[in-house]
Design a binder for this molecule. Sequence first.
Ligand SMILES: CC(=O)CC(=O)SCCNC(=O)CCNC(=O)[C@H](O)C(C)(C)COP(=O)(O)OP(=O)(O)OC[C@H]1O[C@@H](n2cnc3c(N)ncnc32)[C@H](O)[C@@H]1OP(=O)(O)O
Ligand SMILES: NC(=O)C1=CN([C@@H]2O[C@H](COP(=O)(O)OP(=O)(O)OC[C@H]3O[C@@H](n4cnc5c(N)ncnc54)[C@H](O)[C@@H]3O)[C@@H](O)[C@H]2O)C=CC1
Length: 255
Amino acid sequence: MFKGLVGIITGGASGLGRATAELLIKQGGRVIVCDLPTSPGSDTAKQLGENAAFVPVDVTSEQDVKNALQTTMDKFGRLDVAVNCAGIASACRIYNFKKNQPFDLKLFQKTIEVNLVGTFNVIRLVAGMIGKNAPDADGQRGVIINTASIAAFDGQIGQAAYSASKAGVVGMTLPIARDLAKQGIRVVTIAPGLFRTPMMQQLPEPAIKELEASVPFPSRLGNPHEYALLVQSIIQNTMLNGEVIRLDGSLRMQP
Ligand SMILES: CC(=O)CC(=O)SCCNC(=O)CCNC(=O)[C@H](O)C(C)(C)COP(=O)(O)OP(=O)(O)OC[C@H]1O[C@@H](n2cnc3c(N)ncnc32)[C@H](O)[C@@H]1OP(=O)(O)O
Ligand SMILES: NC(=O)C1=CN([C@@H]2O[C@H](COP(=O)(O)OP(=O)(O)OC[C@H]3O[C@@H](n4cnc5c(N)ncnc54)[C@H](O)[C@@H]3O)[C@@H](O)[C@H]2O)C=CC1
């Protein structure tokens, strides 16, 4: 299905990004896994086989992303798709009245830096390389897929930083899609609900159970493969552009 297609996947060493790398390769694509040097990205790429390579990347670094693009060019000669999965979660009340402690400003800044600025940094740099492709019969040169969260819309107590970072990703989706439309590059954002990944497993099991029970249908955490299936559809369907798609079993999170 994706024979010849080349994708960069940030956060590709774990969870949703890793599942996406597996599916794109299974469908005949080739993948550059970008993740932190401390991540298991190198092992991931080995397990994925010869159509995968790992580049250590901090998405907030211009030089790291440029290195990843250079490796993509050297190894595979082109770039068709970028999937932004790198992200971090944070939870903190705005003010802890018992301890007289405000929300840690550094934690707020770090969350915005990785989730929003990091995603933007990758988009602005990959666009240049995707834009060099010859257009297909429909005028399309490639696709950029971002990962927000339903917390962009119904963030819970403690999620001010995380929700703000993901709302930023939602907010920039349409203007960037409009911006890149002339080059035939589509931009689509997925807003996942709850998926069983290492990030979600940071929450205590009772909290996971409660969240799971609150999903109308299916009342369970999503499987990362189900996220990857939406990535596959977005790549296949050229009419999808400038949109944010919730993938959440109709969950609306409670406070
Ligand atoms: C990953 C995705 O993209 C998908 C998702 O979003 S999944 C949903 C994820 N949801 C979350 O992560 C929720 C995040 N929120 C939380 O984890 C918690 O609300 C929180 C840690 C921020 C606070 O939790 P909590 O249950 O209120 O903790 P609690 O023990 O009562 O309070 C923590 C501290 O805040 C204080 N506190 C309690 N109520 C308070 C209030 N109303 N105002 C200020 N402080 C309060 C407590 O006294 C406590 O202080 P100590 O450390 O001295 O004990
Ligand atoms: N799991 C879930 O339920 C949901 C996840 N999301 C979002 O989906 C994305 C993927 O999350 P998961 O797979 O669940 O998490 P995960 O924690 O399993 O994977 C995230 C990956 O991003 C990498 N990463 C973190 N900071 C980075 C940086 N600065 N540069 C490069 N890589 C970095 C991590 O090393 C990790 O491998 C995140 O953006 C997350 O916010 C959104 C909604 C729900």
